[in-house]
Design a protein around this ligand. Structure first.
Ligand code: IPE
Ligand code: IPE
Ligand code: MG
Length: 266
């Protein structure tokens, strides 16, 4: 039944692009971001523009995600982190939340094997224990399957909020301190990083947000401290590997100073 609702089918001709693919002609391989994070926004607006239900926008958005992940694999990025469902998204109508959860489940079932074959390491960020038992099981299964892979780290933020993540990290460290395992003065930036959901990832180099809004919406508040931002008016379902490459090329031209001075340019 869900297959019907979601459009089902596995037909998709987009393959992982090779390094010499024309898609990558404009890429400067020495100036690629290592960790890219995407706020996949605008599914609803896209659907409305097509005269479709919001749910059709979410279904179309999944296809975009498949193509962008494959492009990230082709580029050899270290990590791709995508915002799939925020801690604030529970405010939406029950039917939409329910649809998104089923879509998420269906996506994992359908895509897990191919991701594994592409050497992807999947990880989930957020309050996973707030998802249904079935989804939690799938999440653990996917993480276990891809645990030993060495390719792109693909982080899916689901029931994720940056403030909530910082709150949980604080509670973890406070508990250790209260039990005498940790002296407050020994808390370091590295320890905080190691306790966040993104532990093991490099800092975010580039945040992409589709569909015209220019805000973080509670995404990766700590990790994006020195990220570059790239915005496009394109809605997520119409975002393409070519646009993704545009963001990579633009990133390559940025002058990242990290508070210092760039000797060459100043
Ligand atoms: C992004 O698209 C998907 C999620 C937040 C789950 P939206 O559903 O936010 O689409 P718009 O922003 O309403 O167009
Ligand atoms: C951010 O999009 C969350 C995701 C993309 C999952 P929203 O559509 O929820 O953000 P706001 O409401 O415009 O800030
Ligand atoms: Mg939105």
């Amino acid at each position: 039944m869900w297959n019907k609702v979601f459009g089902g089918g596995t037909e998709d001709t987009f393959e992982v692009p090779k390094k010499d693919s024309p898609l990558f002609d404009r890429i400067d391989w020495n100036r690629l971001p290592r960790h890219v994070a995407i706020i996949m926004d605008g599914n609803g607006r896209w659907a409305k523009g097509q005269g479709l239900l919001r749910s059709a926008g979410h279904t179309a958005g999944v296809k975009t995600l498949k193509h962008i992940l494959k492009t990230a694999v082709g580029l050899g990025l270290d990590a791709l982190t995508v915002y799939a469902f925020s801690t604030e998204n529970w405010k939406r109508p029950h039917a939409e939340v329910d649809f998104l959860m089923h879509l998420f489940s269906e996506y994992l079932t359908r895509e897990m094997q191919e991701m594994h074959e592409n050497n992807v390491q999947i990880h989930f960020l957020g309050r996973i224990d707030g998802l249904s038992e079935g989804l939690q099981h799938q999440v653990r299964e996917a993480e276990t399957l891809m645990r030993d892979n060495t390719g792109v780290k693909f982080n899916i933020a689901a029931n994720y909020g940056g403030q909530d993540e910082i709150l949980r990290m604080t509670q973890t460290l406070a508990k250790r301190a209260a039990s005498g395992q940790l002296r407050p003065e020994d808390i370091s930036e590295q320890m905080i990083e190691d306790t966040l959901d993104t532990h093991g990832n490099l800092p975010v180099d580039l945040v992409i947000r589709t569909s015209g809004d220019q805000r973080l919406s509670n995404f990766l508040l700590w990790q994006a401290a020195y990220a570059e931002f790239w915005f496009t008016d394109a809605n997520w379902p119409e975002f393409t590997p070519e646009r993704f490459v545009d963001a990579m090329v633009d990133f390559g031209k940025r002058d990242r100073r990290f508070g210092g001075l760039n000797e060459k340019k100043s």
